[in-house]
Design a protein around this ligand. Structure first.
Ligand code: DHE
Length: 511
């Protein structure tokens, strides 16, 4: 602009002013236009302030591993294995380019979410001392299920023997990851994508305490002794340790590698037999183990929560642990293989040729002809991979009608269920014989509607499946005959979590 004025003298000044006037409102309106597009197409999932909701935060800090041309493709055509749709039919290339540019601009100010903000957010709805410690229902407290209903942000408490709903209660918006039980099954902890951790007293059927532990949260884990919770956050880049009794924050672990590079936390897990939490990091090639044990002679009440870094060859953001929690099998979303890491030795011991984007978090294990195997669905390929966990070799690839999200079985069941979450056959679910590794039945419980995610009851007598639709249901099958026993209408039921199977670490379910 200054050079333009120099070259054109007086008339140049007028021209420059005209140019400036034309440019200023133009830029403001371009700005307004992209903000309008953002609000119309992105805000409902990623939140109006780009801090994330159902979808992740759209900030340069969170998009570091996504190139801008990839982001352009995602906005146009959606993202496989997520709820992100494509907008190529509603938005022009130019509008998509503006949105990409917009989401890679830093926020004028990054919100702070530290100890003070967390403490201030804490809500105590009921004083536990005033609530009784006996169940207020006549049902086996270990054979209950929590069913998350995403359609209207509720959860139902289901009696696993009578197959009846005991109560239905509101939850925070957009829960994600499995709710986690205290070891005795009395409490369940929910995490919402926008950071709320809610403690629900199952016996009294009441939400007792809540805290906002992050701005964009992945999931929550409960220590094996039930005393602590660890929350994994995308934003801020942190893992937050809470006291499970009253949800007060104890410690924030900033997610940075040894060199100080900051990272989102993909997920946090409990390795109960090791007395530790395991933390998956999304943007640095490290995995963390945080011990929650007090010192061995028991003299110290409060553990020091030492953090052990395990350096890896590659990023790992989806995990499975072998039943003894000695190995973790991890894969990165954009990798073509999986790594097996020996947690005791802190090093990679094998690689697995898994190209179909395994969803290891939903893997299960069982004894197959005298050997422990892990089976995992794949998010990109219609295939279940079965892996020998002694030799770390793929022993079978079972073709399915499309990529699957969740796999389930029960220690006492001869069958494993896998859904077909994506594609034209998403209303189908396969049942695999764990001894022959063949599909023995394919069910379509509600033609045209997604059928997904199974959980068994405590005894392996019933398998409960979701019709993942606003006008959906849970469908209960007899575990032996595979015939339908009952159907209960629900609003987009997603995961179901049985107290006994989760707290006893049944190998057929996620923990
Ligand atoms: Fe999940 C669990 C990651 C998208 C429903 N999901 C998990 C876990 C991880 C994970 C790491 C295990 C943590 C736990 O249970 O504590 N999920 C991811 C992703 O990275 C991904 C692909 C993209 C994202 O934006 O997060 C993703 N997940 C989805 C969905 O779109 C689903 C289908 C709908 C939703 O709720 O958002 C979905 N994820 C679930 C469910 C579980 C889960 C129901 C619990 C599984 C279980 O039974 O244990």
């Amino acid at each position: 602009m200054f050079r333009y004025v120099q070259r054109h003298g007086g008339t140049g000044i007028v021209c420059a002013l005209v140019f400036l006037l034309a440019w200023l409102p133009g830029s403001a309106s371009a700005d307004a236009e992209v903000k309008r597009l953002y609000q119309e197409f992105c805000a409902s999932c990623h939140s109006g302030d780009r801090l994330g909701g159902m979808g992740p935060a759209l900030l340069p800090e969170n998009l570091r591993r996504l190139r801008q041309d990839e982001a352009t493709k995602v906005i146009g055509h959606g993202r496989a294995a997520t709820q992100m749709p494509g907008f190529a039919e509603q938005l022009s290339d130019e509008q998509i380019a503006k949105l990409v540019d917009y989401i890679y601009q830093p926020l004028p100010e990054m919100p702070v979410w530290g100890m003070d903000e967390m403490r201030e957010s804490r809500l105590v709805h009921h004083d536990l001392r005033e609530l009784g410690d006996q169940p207020r229902f006549d049902a086996d407290p270990l054979n209950l299920f929590i069913v998350v209903e995403l359609g209207d942000h509720h959860a139902s408490l289901l009696d696993g023997d009578r197959l009846e709903v005991l109560t239905r209660f509101p939850t925070r918006y957009a829960l994600h990851g499995g709710p986690k039980y205290s070891p005795d099954g009395r409490f369940v902890y929910f995490a919402s994508r926008d950071g709320w951790i809610s403690k629900f007293d199952v016996y009294n059927m009441k939400t007792v305490t809540e805290i906002r532990a992050g701005i964009n949260t992945r999931n929550v884990a409960v220590s094996g002794d039930g005393r602590y919770l660890l929350v994994g956050n995308y934003l801020p880049h942190s893992a937050v340790l809470l006291d499970a009794a009253d949800l007060t924050p104890i410690k924030i672990f900033d997610a940075t590698d040894a060199a100080g590079t900051s990272s989102r936390v993909s997920a946090v897990y409990t390795a109960a037999p090791r007395g530790s939490f395991v933390v998956a990091l999304r943007d640095v090639a490290e995995v963390w183990e945080i011990s929650y044990l007090a010192d061995a002679d028991g003299e110290v009440e409060t553990p020091a929560f030492p953090l052990r870094r395990i350096e890896l060859d590659d990023y790992l953001d989806d995990f499975f642990f072998d039943p003894g929690y000695r190995h973790l099998i991890g894969a990165a979303r954009n990798a073509n293989n999986a790594q097996v890491v020996n947690l005791d030795e802190g090093r990679k011991v094998a690689e697995l040729d898994l190209t179909g984007l395994p969803h290891l978090g939903s893997g299960i294990s069982w004894e197959y002809r005298g050997r422990p195997v892990l089976a995992t669905p794949n998010l990109r390929e219609g295939q279940v991979s079965v892996i020998d966990m002694e030799e770390w070799k793929i022993i079978k690839r079972i073709d399915t009608l499309g990529p699957g999200f969740f796999m389930r079985s029960h220690g006492d069941s001869p069958y494993a269920w896998v859904d077909v979450f994506f594609g034209p056959d998403r209303d189908a679910v396969h049942i695999i014989d764990k001894d022959t590794l063949e599909i023995v039945r394919t069910l379509r419980p509600a033609p045209g509607k997604t059928a997904a995610h199974v959980e068994y009851d405590r005894h392996g007598r019933y398998a409960v499946l979701s019709i993942w639709d606003d006008d959906g249901a849970i469908v209960i099958y007899d575990g032996d005959t595979l015939e339908e026993v009952k159907r209960i209408p629900m609003k987009r039921p997603s995961g179901k979590y049985n107290v006994y199977n989760k707290t006893r670490l049944d190998p057929g379910t996620s923990h």
